[in-house]
Design a protein around this ligand. Structure first.
Ligand SMILES: O=C(O)c1ccccc1NCC(=O)[C@H](O)[C@H](O)COP(=O)(O)O
Length: 257
Protein backbone atom coordinates (compact mmCIF):
# COMPACT_ATOMS: atom_id res chain seq x y z
CA UNK A 1 0.00 0.00 0.00
CA UNK A 2 1.47 3.40 -0.98
CA UNK A 3 1.17 6.49 1.22
CA UNK A 4 -1.35 7.84 -1.28
CA UNK A 5 -3.49 4.68 -0.91
CA UNK A 6 -3.27 5.08 2.87
CA UNK A 7 -4.27 8.76 2.78
CA UNK A 8 -7.21 8.02 0.47
CA UNK A 9 -8.41 5.15 2.69
CA UNK A 10 -8.38 7.50 5.70
CA UNK A 11 -10.13 10.20 3.68
CA UNK A 12 -12.96 7.81 2.76
CA UNK A 13 -13.63 7.33 6.46
CA UNK A 14 -13.30 11.03 7.33
CA UNK A 15 -15.71 12.33 4.69
CA UNK A 16 -18.52 10.23 6.14
CA UNK A 17 -18.64 12.80 8.96
CA UNK A 18 -18.37 15.90 6.79
CA UNK A 19 -21.18 18.42 6.67
CA UNK A 20 -21.49 21.69 4.75
CA UNK A 21 -22.75 25.00 6.05
CA UNK A 22 -26.02 25.97 4.41
CA UNK A 23 -25.66 29.73 4.84
CA UNK A 24 -22.18 30.94 5.55
CA UNK A 25 -21.65 34.44 6.95
CA UNK A 26 -17.96 34.37 6.11
CA UNK A 27 -16.69 37.26 4.03
CA UNK A 28 -13.75 36.76 1.69
CA UNK A 29 -11.86 39.43 -0.25
CA UNK A 30 -12.29 39.19 -4.03
CA UNK A 31 -9.53 37.14 -5.64
CA UNK A 32 -8.13 37.20 -9.18
CA UNK A 33 -7.63 34.00 -11.19
CA UNK A 34 -4.33 32.18 -10.92
CA UNK A 35 -4.57 31.21 -14.58
CA UNK A 36 -4.58 34.90 -15.62
CA UNK A 37 -1.54 35.61 -13.44
CA UNK A 38 0.47 32.68 -14.81
CA UNK A 39 -0.38 33.50 -18.42
CA UNK A 40 1.43 36.82 -17.95
CA UNK A 41 4.30 35.97 -15.66
CA UNK A 42 5.89 33.18 -13.69
CA UNK A 43 4.68 32.75 -10.16
CA UNK A 44 5.18 31.07 -6.83
CA UNK A 45 2.27 29.18 -5.28
CA UNK A 46 3.31 29.41 -1.65
CA UNK A 47 2.14 26.76 0.76
CA UNK A 48 1.06 26.61 4.38
CA UNK A 49 2.33 23.18 5.44
CA UNK A 50 2.67 22.33 9.12
CA UNK A 51 3.78 18.71 8.68
CA UNK A 52 3.95 15.97 6.07
CA UNK A 53 4.22 12.19 5.78
CA UNK A 54 7.72 12.46 4.28
CA UNK A 55 9.19 15.04 6.69
CA UNK A 56 7.11 14.76 9.88
CA UNK A 57 6.66 18.07 11.71
CA UNK A 58 7.85 21.06 9.68
CA UNK A 59 6.43 24.09 11.51
CA UNK A 60 3.43 23.14 13.65
CA UNK A 61 3.23 26.36 15.69
CA UNK A 62 3.19 28.70 12.70
CA UNK A 63 0.89 31.74 12.76
CA UNK A 64 -0.77 30.87 9.48
CA UNK A 65 -2.33 34.29 8.87
CA UNK A 66 0.97 36.09 9.44
CA UNK A 67 2.72 33.55 7.19
CA UNK A 68 0.10 33.95 4.45
CA UNK A 69 0.42 37.75 4.61
CA UNK A 70 4.20 37.47 4.22
CA UNK A 71 3.60 35.34 1.12
CA UNK A 72 1.11 37.84 -0.31
CA UNK A 73 3.32 40.89 0.38
CA UNK A 74 6.24 39.19 -1.36
CA UNK A 75 4.15 38.69 -4.51
CA UNK A 76 3.01 35.08 -4.26
CA UNK A 77 0.80 34.15 -7.21
CA UNK A 78 -1.42 32.10 -4.91
CA UNK A 79 -1.43 30.55 -1.47
CA UNK A 80 -1.87 26.82 -1.01
CA UNK A 81 -3.26 25.59 2.29
CA UNK A 82 -2.94 21.94 3.26
CA UNK A 83 -6.24 21.10 4.93
CA UNK A 84 -5.68 17.41 5.64
CA UNK A 85 -5.64 16.87 9.41
CA UNK A 86 -4.38 13.33 9.85
CA UNK A 87 -1.21 13.42 7.76
CA UNK A 88 -0.45 17.15 7.41
CA UNK A 89 -1.85 18.67 10.65
CA UNK A 90 -3.88 21.18 8.65
CA UNK A 91 -7.58 22.02 8.80
CA UNK A 92 -10.42 23.57 6.88
CA UNK A 93 -10.28 26.41 9.41
CA UNK A 94 -6.69 27.12 8.34
CA UNK A 95 -8.03 27.58 4.83
CA UNK A 96 -10.87 29.85 5.98
CA UNK A 97 -8.54 32.07 8.02
CA UNK A 98 -6.11 32.46 5.14
CA UNK A 99 -8.84 33.09 2.57
CA UNK A 100 -10.30 35.82 4.81
CA UNK A 101 -6.90 37.48 5.21
CA UNK A 102 -5.54 37.65 1.66
CA UNK A 103 -6.56 38.89 -1.79
CA UNK A 104 -4.58 36.38 -3.86
CA UNK A 105 -6.04 33.09 -5.12
CA UNK A 106 -6.21 30.35 -2.50
CA UNK A 107 -5.75 26.65 -3.22
CA UNK A 108 -7.38 24.02 -1.03
CA UNK A 109 -4.63 21.39 -0.97
CA UNK A 110 -6.27 18.14 -0.06
CA UNK A 111 -7.01 14.69 -1.42
CA UNK A 112 -10.34 15.22 -3.15
CA UNK A 113 -12.49 12.15 -3.71
CA UNK A 114 -15.97 13.57 -3.18
CA UNK A 115 -18.12 16.57 -4.10
CA UNK A 116 -18.67 17.41 -0.43
CA UNK A 117 -14.97 18.22 -0.08
CA UNK A 118 -15.27 20.64 -2.99
CA UNK A 119 -18.31 22.28 -1.37
CA UNK A 120 -16.40 22.66 1.91
CA UNK A 121 -13.37 24.09 0.14
CA UNK A 122 -15.51 26.69 -1.63
CA UNK A 123 -17.36 27.57 1.56
CA UNK A 124 -14.03 28.09 3.29
CA UNK A 125 -12.98 30.56 0.60
CA UNK A 126 -10.87 28.47 -1.76
CA UNK A 127 -10.76 29.64 -5.36
CA UNK A 128 -8.71 26.67 -6.57
CA UNK A 129 -8.93 22.96 -5.78
CA UNK A 130 -6.49 20.14 -6.44
CA UNK A 131 -7.37 16.92 -8.25
CA UNK A 132 -4.70 14.20 -8.13
CA UNK A 133 -5.00 11.90 -11.14
CA UNK A 134 -3.30 9.01 -9.29
CA UNK A 135 -5.94 9.15 -6.55
CA UNK A 136 -9.00 8.84 -8.78
CA UNK A 137 -10.61 6.58 -11.36
CA UNK A 138 -11.04 8.31 -14.73
CA UNK A 139 -14.82 8.69 -14.25
CA UNK A 140 -14.37 10.13 -10.74
CA UNK A 141 -11.78 12.56 -12.05
CA UNK A 142 -14.12 13.72 -14.82
CA UNK A 143 -17.06 14.06 -12.46
CA UNK A 144 -15.14 16.06 -9.83
CA UNK A 145 -13.54 18.23 -12.53
CA UNK A 146 -16.97 19.06 -14.01
CA UNK A 147 -18.41 19.70 -10.55
CA UNK A 148 -15.63 22.09 -9.52
CA UNK A 149 -15.82 23.92 -12.85
CA UNK A 150 -19.55 24.40 -12.40
CA UNK A 151 -18.74 26.11 -9.07
CA UNK A 152 -16.39 28.52 -10.94
CA UNK A 153 -13.40 27.10 -9.13
CA UNK A 154 -10.02 26.83 -10.81
CA UNK A 155 -8.64 23.29 -10.87
CA UNK A 156 -5.03 22.23 -10.55
CA UNK A 157 -4.73 18.72 -11.96
CA UNK A 158 -1.70 16.88 -10.56
CA UNK A 159 0.19 14.26 -12.55
CA UNK A 160 3.27 12.08 -12.05
CA UNK A 161 3.88 10.55 -15.48
CA UNK A 162 3.05 10.71 -19.21
CA UNK A 163 -0.04 8.52 -18.85
CA UNK A 164 -1.53 10.78 -16.17
CA UNK A 165 -0.53 13.84 -18.21
CA UNK A 166 -2.49 12.48 -21.20
CA UNK A 167 -5.57 12.10 -18.96
CA UNK A 168 -5.20 15.66 -17.64
CA UNK A 169 -4.97 17.00 -21.18
CA UNK A 170 -7.99 14.94 -22.32
CA UNK A 171 -9.92 16.36 -19.37
CA UNK A 172 -9.28 19.87 -20.67
CA UNK A 173 -7.22 20.94 -17.65
CA UNK A 174 -5.56 24.33 -18.02
CA UNK A 175 -3.47 24.16 -14.85
CA UNK A 176 -1.41 20.97 -14.83
CA UNK A 177 0.97 20.30 -11.96
CA UNK A 178 3.83 17.85 -12.23
CA UNK A 179 4.61 16.48 -8.78
CA UNK A 180 8.35 15.92 -8.45
CA UNK A 181 7.78 13.72 -5.40
CA UNK A 182 7.37 10.00 -5.96
CA UNK A 183 4.51 9.15 -3.62
CA UNK A 184 5.71 5.53 -3.30
CA UNK A 185 9.29 6.23 -2.28
CA UNK A 186 9.13 9.97 -1.35
CA UNK A 187 12.14 10.45 -3.60
CA UNK A 188 12.14 13.93 -5.18
CA UNK A 189 13.60 14.76 -8.56
CA UNK A 190 13.14 17.94 -10.56
CA UNK A 191 14.02 15.84 -13.60
CA UNK A 192 10.41 14.69 -13.51
CA UNK A 193 9.32 18.21 -14.52
CA UNK A 194 12.07 18.32 -17.17
CA UNK A 195 10.95 14.96 -18.62
CA UNK A 196 7.23 15.74 -18.72
CA UNK A 197 7.83 19.25 -20.07
CA UNK A 198 9.29 17.72 -23.24
CA UNK A 199 5.85 16.72 -24.57
CA UNK A 200 3.77 19.28 -22.69
CA UNK A 201 1.14 20.94 -24.92
CA UNK A 202 2.27 24.53 -24.24
CA UNK A 203 0.80 25.74 -27.54
CA UNK A 204 -2.74 24.76 -26.56
CA UNK A 205 -2.79 27.27 -23.71
CA UNK A 206 -2.02 24.79 -20.92
CA UNK A 207 -0.02 26.01 -17.95
CA UNK A 208 2.70 23.85 -16.42
CA UNK A 209 3.32 24.01 -12.68
CA UNK A 210 6.22 22.24 -11.00
CA UNK A 211 5.35 20.94 -7.52
CA UNK A 212 7.45 19.73 -4.60
CA UNK A 213 11.11 19.54 -3.76
CA UNK A 214 12.04 23.10 -4.74
CA UNK A 215 14.46 24.51 -2.19
CA UNK A 216 16.59 27.17 -3.87
CA UNK A 217 16.25 29.93 -6.44
CA UNK A 218 18.37 27.73 -8.74
CA UNK A 219 15.71 25.01 -8.42
CA UNK A 220 13.08 27.58 -9.39
CA UNK A 221 15.14 28.77 -12.35
CA UNK A 222 15.71 25.19 -13.48
CA UNK A 223 12.00 24.35 -13.73
CA UNK A 224 11.09 27.77 -15.16
CA UNK A 225 13.73 27.02 -17.77
CA UNK A 226 11.92 23.76 -18.57
CA UNK A 227 8.77 25.77 -19.33
CA UNK A 228 6.98 25.78 -15.97
CA UNK A 229 5.00 28.98 -15.39
CA UNK A 230 4.51 28.29 -11.72
CA UNK A 231 6.15 26.50 -8.84
CA UNK A 232 4.43 25.11 -5.75
CA UNK A 233 6.64 25.41 -2.68
CA UNK A 234 5.89 24.21 0.84
CA UNK A 235 8.69 23.03 3.08
CA UNK A 236 11.34 25.53 1.94
CA UNK A 237 9.04 28.46 2.77
CA UNK A 238 7.84 26.99 6.05
CA UNK A 239 11.41 26.45 7.25
CA UNK A 240 12.75 29.75 5.93
CA UNK A 241 13.45 32.60 8.36
CA UNK A 242 12.48 34.99 5.59
CA UNK A 243 9.90 33.41 3.29
CA UNK A 244 9.22 36.78 1.63
CA UNK A 245 12.85 37.01 0.50
CA UNK A 246 12.68 33.42 -0.77
CA UNK A 247 9.67 34.25 -2.92
CA UNK A 248 11.18 37.51 -4.22
CA UNK A 249 14.41 35.72 -5.16
CA UNK A 250 12.49 32.98 -6.92
CA UNK A 251 10.46 35.41 -9.03
CA UNK A 252 13.37 37.75 -9.71
CA UNK A 253 14.44 37.19 -13.28
CA UNK A 254 11.25 35.26 -13.96
CA UNK A 255 10.02 35.39 -17.51
CA UNK A 256 7.39 37.98 -18.47
CA UNK A 257 5.28 36.16 -21.06
O1 LIG B 1 4.84 16.25 1.27
C1 LIG B 1 4.63 15.04 1.42
O2 LIG B 1 5.31 14.31 2.16
C2 LIG B 1 3.50 14.36 0.70
C3 LIG B 1 3.31 13.01 0.86
C4 LIG B 1 2.26 12.37 0.25
C5 LIG B 1 1.38 13.08 -0.54
C6 LIG B 1 1.55 14.45 -0.72
C7 LIG B 1 2.60 15.08 -0.11
N1 LIG B 1 2.76 16.45 -0.22
C8 LIG B 1 1.78 17.33 -0.74
C9 LIG B 1 2.35 18.27 -1.71
O3 LIG B 1 1.94 18.22 -2.83
C10 LIG B 1 3.41 19.22 -1.27
O4 LIG B 1 3.04 19.76 -0.05
C11 LIG B 1 3.66 20.39 -2.20
O5 LIG B 1 3.89 19.99 -3.49
C12 LIG B 1 4.91 21.17 -1.69
O6 LIG B 1 6.01 20.30 -1.59
P1 LIG B 1 7.36 20.74 -0.84
O7 LIG B 1 7.77 22.06 -1.41
O8 LIG B 1 8.35 19.67 -1.16
O9 LIG B 1 7.05 20.84 0.59
Amino acid sequence: MTILDKIIATKRQEIKHYTTIQESKDVFPEKPRLTDHLRNKNGVISEIKRASPSKGDIHTTVDIVAQAKKYEEAGAAAISVLTDETYFKGSIDDLRLVAQAVSVPVLCKDFMISEIQIDRAKQAGATIILLIVAALEKEELEQLYRYAKAQSLEILVEVHDEKEMALAVELGAELIGVNNRNLKTFEVSLERTAELAKNFPFNSGRILISESGLHTKEDAQFVYGCGASGILVGEALMRSENPGAWIREAIKGAVVR
